[in-house]
Design a binder for this molecule. Structure first.
Ligand SMILES: C[S@@+](CC[C@H](N)C(=O)[O-])C[C@H]1O[C@@H](n2cnc3c(N)ncnc32)[C@H](O)[C@@H]1O
Length: 422
């Protein structure tokens, strides 16, 4: 093999990335834990995907769907997507691609442990070269990967080319502002000429981190914790990566639009809305009639705690929109038990939502407990209305539903879908 200095930069950095994940597969997972719990999250929660990518019409209800997990690591998204497909009795063909053999071995063992291997294809290599060969896909999950590529724009373009015209993607890239101190650590490593990889880099990095004073920005940043709670793989992934960048909201939009895509929304939507942080209309006056992009960029600066940007995209020409409340649509809860929420809203009149250290309280309309307790993931909004006795005025019910839904949807707790056609 030629000397490092004779190989192009992008080849060297891909090899460093692969070597890192061969030695420290990420995240650190034990396949036996599949017997005890399912790890869920975003992107890739199926209700979110149906809502943001497919406008509330689940394509898996109609026929086979093809999914790509690009840079699948040790398998969190792969296992979640395969299990969701099984739970919905959906015909899904899932392709996993990753550079790292050792990450793939863990992902494969997790899938086997759940007997989900039948419709999963495992591929070792770069999705930048391979995605189109295995596509086209209805949905692509690429979480925590694009920011590690030597050329993220080319990576996103390769994924876009592997997408069906009406398909979409759930993506995650690092957020610059919430990662205050992470890049200071990476710069210190550079300045100390710490070029070695593997265990040597880990020991050196830990010694450096442990020597930092309490005034250091990383030590003062409560929003990142992988270096403390994520084991060696977490420490390495957060602080010692040799190919890593982060994005501000404006850069996310440029990234997405440059690849011929359109951003549907961020998760959680509320975090990208300035009114979540400030209720003074005089202060936010200039942020009212501006594009979503500008509101989101302002919200990111206001919040300070966004360590990652999770978002759904579709092709620029695809005009699909997330559904809005109407009588035939079916509301579903994600991540919460409707009965518990109904009880707590009945008691307090509020809902309290917490995002990365920030608690936000929202007043809920008075009919919320009665509506929430009737939502079962099968009834439509019209059927829920029909259950009321005595019936409120229709416009009053619709107005209360709309306000309640806008809070819960913005908090990523409720979605709407169309009934499946028999
Ligand atoms: C931080 S991990 C994220 C794993 C997983 N997506 C998750 O969220 O848990 C990044 C993964 O991307 C993989 N990766 C990086 N560049 C890649 C490429 N060009 N093709 C395929 N996999 C890649 C790495 O090997 C690693 O497993």
């Amino acid at each position: 093999m030629p000397d490092d200095k004779n190989r192009p930069d992008h080849v060297q950095s891909s090899e460093k990335t692969r070597d890192q994940y061969e030695t420290y597969p990420y995240p650190d997972r034990n396949p036996e834990d599949e017997d005890k719990r399912l790890i869920t999250g975003s992107p890739g929660n199926w209700d979110e995907v149906v809502h943001f990518v497919f406008g509330g019409r689940d394509p898996s209800a109609k026929g086979k769907i093809k999914i790509l997990v690009a840079g699948g690591g040790t398998g969190d998204a792969l296992v979640m997507l395969a299990q969701q497909a099984r739970d919905r009795k959906a015909k899904a063909e899932i392709v996993y691609i990753d550079l790292s053999e050792s990450s793939r071995a863990i992902a494969e063992a997790r899938i086997k442990r759940r007997n989900l291997e039948k419709n999963v294809t495992f591929v070792t290599g770069s999705f930048v070269d391979l995605a189109a060969e295995y596509g086209p896909f209805d949905y692509i999950d690429c979480c925590g990967v694009l920011h590690h590529l030597p050329d993220p724009d080319a990576g996103l373009k390769a994924l876009t080319d592997a997408l069906k015209p009406n398909g979409g993607m759930g993506l995650m890239v690092y957020g610059e502002i919430g990662r205050q101190g992470v890049y200071h650590m990476q710069e210190m490593m550079e300045r100390l000429n710490a070029k070695a990889g593997g265990a040597k880099r880990l020991h050196f990095g830990k010694a450096l981190f442990n020597s930092l004073p309490g005034t250091n920005w990383l030590k003062r940043n409560p929003f990142v914790g992988d270096h403390i709670h994520g084991g060696d793989a977490g420490f390495y992934d957060l602080l010692l990566h040799q190919q890593d960048r982060a994005y501000r909201v404006d850069e996310v939009f440029d990234f997405v639009e440059g690849a011929g895509l359109r951003l549907q929304n961020f998760i959680e939507p509320m975090r990208y809305d300035p009114t979540t942080y400030c209720s003074r209309h005089d202060v936010l006056d200039k942020a009212v009639h501006v594009p979503f992009r500008d509101r989101a960029a302002l919200a990111e600066l206001m919040a300070g705690n966004i360590t990652k940007h999770i978002f759904y995209v579709v092709k620029a020409k695809n005009k699909v929109k997330p559904p809005v409340p109407s009588p035939e649509l079916i509301p579903t809860f994600t991540r919460i038990e409707g009965a518990n929420l109904a009880r707590s809203v009945a008691k307090t009149g509020n809902i309290k939502i917490t995002f990365t250290g920030l608690a936000v309280t929202r007043t809920m309309p008075s009919a919320s407990p009665a509506i929430l307790s009737r939502i079962d993931g099968k009834r439509s909004i019209g059927e829920i209305y029909d259950m009321f006795d005595p019936k409120p005025e229709k416009f009053e019910f619709n107005a209360q539903f709309a306000v309640m839904y806008s809070v819960l949807n913005a908090a990523n707790l409720m979605y709407l879908r169309y009934p499946e056609k028999k």
